[in-house]
Design a protein around this ligand. Structure first.
Ligand code: ATP
Ligand code: MG
Length: 240
């Protein structure tokens, strides 16, 4: 099971919106079964999912103390991808999710305030030696600040080649548990999500292949850094 998380200490950057959209798109693209995991006590993703009529993706609410055992249970239930939404500002919770993620997506709005705040999240991801990717979210079409933001972010890590623009269908689709792909199939917003998932799935596969290769060639591991995949199975089973 691949684990993809959305994290940003900055509130309102688009973690929940993009988690829901990417999970739905992954399922549509055949990468499922997908499970969405909400680790945010605010429960916004849970509220969205409860409104949702479609049976997929599956949903699991969890917290820091249960995260590892819940992931194990979900893995054993046959899920192929877990998409994890995280709360803003709660460093402990974000750290725990990062530790079990294979790729961390940091949604960032192209505003000076969001750009300044991105550094704190990057630090958490780097400390855990996990790959990260920024996604510029809620960008205004043709605004100069969008490209400036991408340039500024690229100093700190990879920026997804797909920008998600600010459109009301992102907000309105979420009201009744849907996504832009279900509200306006073939629309510009849907196209962006399709392309973003295409990019993220490639990154996940590349990282996975690298992890497998590293575990077969232990001498190539970087000394002194935590190794990927060390958060293995726990012995104690617990109900999901
Ligand atoms: N691309 C977009 N276009 C339009 N509105 C958007 C877009 N992305 C997010 N929003 C809106 O911005 C608000 C915040 O988004 P969201 O809840 O996904 O952020 P978050 O990072 O999960 O917030 P929090 O940190 O509070 O959990 C929501 O009202 C959402 O509908
Ligand atoms: Mg949220």
């Amino acid at each position: 099971m691949r684990v993809l998380s959305f994290a940003s200490q900055k509130g309102g950057s688009g973690k929940t919106t993009l988690s829901g959209h990417i999970a739905v798109q992954a399922e549509r693209a055949g990468a499922g079964p997908v499970v969405l995991i909400d680790t945010d006590p605010q429960g916004s993703l849970a509220e969205w999912w409860n409104e949702r009529e479609a049976p997929v993706p599956a949903f699991a609410q969890t917290n820091v103390s249960r995260l590892l055992t819940d992931l194990d249970d979900l893995r054993q239930q046959g899920f192929k991808l877990a998409v994890v939404d995280t709360p803003p500002a709660i460093t402990m919770a974000i750290q725990s999710v990062i530790a079990v993620s294979e790729l961390v997506v940091i949604p960032t709005r192209p505003s000076p305030h969001d750009l300044r705040a991105a550094g704190a999240t990057v630090e958490l991801v780097e400390r855990a030696d996990k790959p990260l990717v920024f996604v510029v979210n809620a960008a205004t079409p043709r605004a100069r600040i969008t490209s400036e933001a991408a340039i500024a972010l690229s100093q700190h890590g990879t920026v997804a080649p797909v920008t998600i623009h600010h459109r009301t269908d992102f907000a309105s689709s979420m009201i009744d548990g849907r996504t832009v792909m279900e509200l306006l199939p073939g629309g510009k917003s849907a196209e962006e999500i399709v392309n973003l998932w295409g990019y993220l799935s490639e990154r996940l596969e590349k990282n996975f292949r690298r992890t497998v290769f590293q575990s077969r060639n232990p001498q190539q591991r970087r000394p002194g850094l935590p190794q990927r995949g060390q958060f293995g199975k726990r012995q104690i089973a617990q109900e999901a």
